[in-house]
Design a protein around this ligand. Structure first.
Ligand code: URA
Length: 434
């Protein structure tokens, strides 16, 4: 270590190991020194594990978040004549809500600067989905981003290298050191990017249930509260909804399949759960942005949200009229018995979609645009033996066996007692406002 450094990493690791509260200068230094490469990966790994085991107080989390924001640039949308508002989802299976939501909110008068990510593991990434549209580009400059926002009212693109670079390094390290699951680290990671993105209002969709990152609703609520507090402290009007991810959202999971379903929603159709959640989030976003008197349901029905979608896709080189890629091979999985579908395990469906080639297991891996699953029947529906439950799609049929393996017990079909109801999580479990 250089003699001019203000602290030693070892002393900061020991402080957290011994359950002490880290000071502001310690936090500022350790994040900055790690970003500069002065604190080594093995030292940061030890500190992250100490944070995971011993936690952080609310002031420590806020300071850690600020230090991550200060590691890079902050975007500024003051040139826009509309209020900015964004949505972030912690991710789930079939969660394509951003696709209809961003143009819908823009059609109602908001400006939506959506910096999105790629999928890793069983949950899909918004950029992978949009890249299935021929010609569409995820990487655009900050100037182009502003131009698309000014023209369309919404932009969905990749975060540039200059935004919260500390988080990029920390997230990659957490991924390989079993330290992703710490609430202070998740909250600071998500909120540093959203605050640096420069939005004035933010709605968080924190998923819970077997298909979510935070399966336990109580932990999901704690994460939501922590993020809302961080947003409020930074002057971002932040609210969170804790929403169900016990069952996949909608009737498709996979990149092009989800774009197709999103376009159906923008055309005034689509599955009820997707439409309902899109409208709930749109109303929250408009309210948080201070926009009143607009009816998002009308904007879906009258085609104005679809108009924004088409200009937004074209502005980034995409052809909204081009046919979407279709996987070369399909395989139908049928119900083994008759009865009521009692449950469908979102995590198992998500892993199957990933095994079919829609997701990646390493950063930088190629994904198949057409791979995924169509769902023909959801919990609560009556089904007869031999009728289709899933259609699997892939370009590489050798993947079918592994997808079928995980799907083999993903659905329970049985008999409901007289007057009985299928046990499902409510769509919205909790609403948290700062
Ligand atoms: N998404 C993020 O951006 N960061 C996390 O830590 C978890 C999910």
């Amino acid at each position: 270590m250089s003699a001019v450094e203000s602290f030693s990493a070892v002393e900061i690791i020991a402080a957290k190991r011994d359950r002490n509260v880290l000071t502001d200068p310690q936090i500022d230094w350790v994040i900055d020194a790690y970003t500069r490469g002065v604190v080594a990966d093995e030292q940061m790994s030890a500190l992250l594990m100490a944070i995971l085991l011993n936690g952080m107080g609310s002031h420590e989390i806020a300071r850690w978040t600020d230090a991550m924001i200060n590691s890079g640039e902050r975007m500024n949308w003051s040139a826009l004549d509309r209020p900015t508002v964004d949505k972030h989802s912690t991710g789930g299976v079939g969660d394509k809500i951003t696709l209809p939501l961003a143009p819908l909110v823009a059609a109602c008068g908001g400006a939506v600067p959506q910096l999105s990510g790629r999928g890793l593991g069983h949950t899909g990434g918004t950029l992978d989905k949009l890249e299935s549209i021929p010609g569409w580009r995820a990487s655009i400059s900050n100037e182009e981003m502003l131009a698309v926002l000014q023209k369309c009212g919404a932009v969905i693109c990749a975060a540039g290298a200059g935004l919260a670079p500390a988080d990029k390094k920390l997230y990659a390290l957490r991924d390989v050191t079993a330290t992703v699951e710490a609430i202070p680290l998740i909250a600071s990671s998500i909120m540093s990017k959203k605050i640096a993105e420069g939005t004035s209002a933010l709605i968080l969709d924190v998923k819970t249930g077997v298909g979510a990152f935070m399966a336990d609703p109580e932990r999901a609520k704690e994460l939501a509260r922590t993020m809302v507090d961080l947003g409020k402290r930074a002057g971002v009007n932040t609210r969170a909804l804790v929403t169900a991810m016990d069952v996949p959202l909608g009737m498709t999971a996979g990149n092009a399949l989800e774009v197709r379903e999103s376009v159906e929603v923008l055309a005034g159709g689509g599955p009820n759960d997707i439409v309902e959640l899109t409208l709930i989030l749109a109303r929250e976003m408009l309210d948080a942005a201070g926009i009143s008197g607009k009816d998002p349901e009308k904007a879906l029905k009258d085609g104005s949200a679809m108009d924004v979608w088409r200009t937004m896709i074209s502005a980034q080189g995409g052809n909204p009229d081009a046919p979407l890629p279709v996987a070369r091979e399909q395989l139908v999985i049928s119900a083994p018995s008759s009865g009521t579908m009692l449950s469908m395990d979102a995590m198992k469906v998500g892993v199957a979609v990933w095994r079919l080639g829609a997701g990646r297991s390493r950063q930088g891996e190629q994904v198949q645009a057409g791979a995924g699953i169509e769902i023909h029947c959801k919990p609560g529906e009556v089904i007869t033996a031999g009728s289709p439950i899933f259609t699997l799609h892939t370009d590489t049929p050798e993947r079918f066996a592994r997808a079928q393996e995980i799907l083999s017990d993903s659905v329970i079909i049985g008999q409901l007692p007289q007057g009985g109801k299928v046990d499902r999580m409510p769509l919205i479990l909790e609403r948290i406002e700062g």
